[in-house]
Design a protein around this ligand. Structure first.
Ligand SMILES: [Zn+2]
Length: 246
């Protein structure tokens, strides 16, 4: 992931530094019939192209990626926050053609997050409990009861009740989390009207064994975002970088 970009405020051009920028390129020299090293420095050429312009250096704000595209998808559109130390900028990063490099621009938008949703992995949990039915010493109805009860419990807890411990490679807005010990105990307490003490001990062990990374007892945290056009709030003339956007 990039963490530093250069921006020209006059042209709305962004340059993203990668490790390859200062690697040399090789050119075939017809005269000597050999390859010659040609020094490349894309940052230097960016600075030269925008010599008399206002250049800013921006750093990515950690964990600010907002995207509906899986991490592995090359054709994508993402939004991230960058800062020059004084002001935050929303940067759009996208690629429409697999053969093109990623493109960047600053957009005149704010990223607004709404409350994350927490949910149990009910289907996977049910499937795994049914596979472990003998060990759990429960019947199908009891498993169904447990899953529904867990779903219900999860819908009433908050981010403070969990530890985030994994991310989804398919959805950058999804993470996985396990229940904090005291929250798991309070869940088990609510189970005491449905299950006998020895079953609760088995369930406690089962929860502990299935609470790593994206394991079935862990919950899904889904974050939601929307882009709000800054002009909706602010009628002042925007910066030149914004004005040059189409
Ligand atoms: Zn420029």
């Amino acid at each position: 992931m990039e963490n530093r970009i250069l921006g020209c405020l006059d042209c709305n051009k962004l340059f993203c530094q990668t490790n390859y920028d200062s690697y040399p390129a090789y050119e075939f020299d017809a005269e000597s019939k050999s390859f010659k090293e040609k020094e490349m420095d894309d940052e230097k050429s960016f600075r030269k192209d925008h010599e008399s312009h206002r250049i800013i250096e921006l750093h990515e704000i950690k964990d600010s990626l907002c995207s509906h595209y899986p991490y592995w998808e090359p054709i994508r559109e993402d939004y991230m926050l960058f800062t020059d130390g004084k002001k935050n900028y929303t940067v759009r990063r996208w690629r429409k053609d697999i053969n093109e490099p990623l493109k960047y621009e600053i957009v005149n938008c704010m990223i607004e997050f709404s409350k994350p949703t927490l949910q149990a992995q009910s289907e996977d949990l049910r499937r795994q409990m049914l596979a472990d039915i003998k060990r759990l010493k429960l019947d199908r109805n009891k498993i169904e009861e447990f899953v529904e009860h867990y779903e219900d419990f999860i819908s009433n807890i908050s981010l403070n009740d969990v530890f985030e411990c994994g991310f989804s490679s398919n959805d950058p807005m999804v993470t996985y989390a396990s229940l904090k010990d005291e929250i798991m105990e309070s869940f088990l307490q609510t189970c005491s009207s449905y299950f006998s003490d020895d079953r609760i001990d088995i369930l406690r062990k089962y929860i502990r064994e299935n609470s790593e990374y994206d394991d079935v007892m862990n919950i899904i945290i889904k974050r939601h975002f929307q882009l709000i056009d800054n002009n909706t709030f602010n009628n002042q003339s925007s910066s030149p970088i914004m004005n040059s956007m189409n």
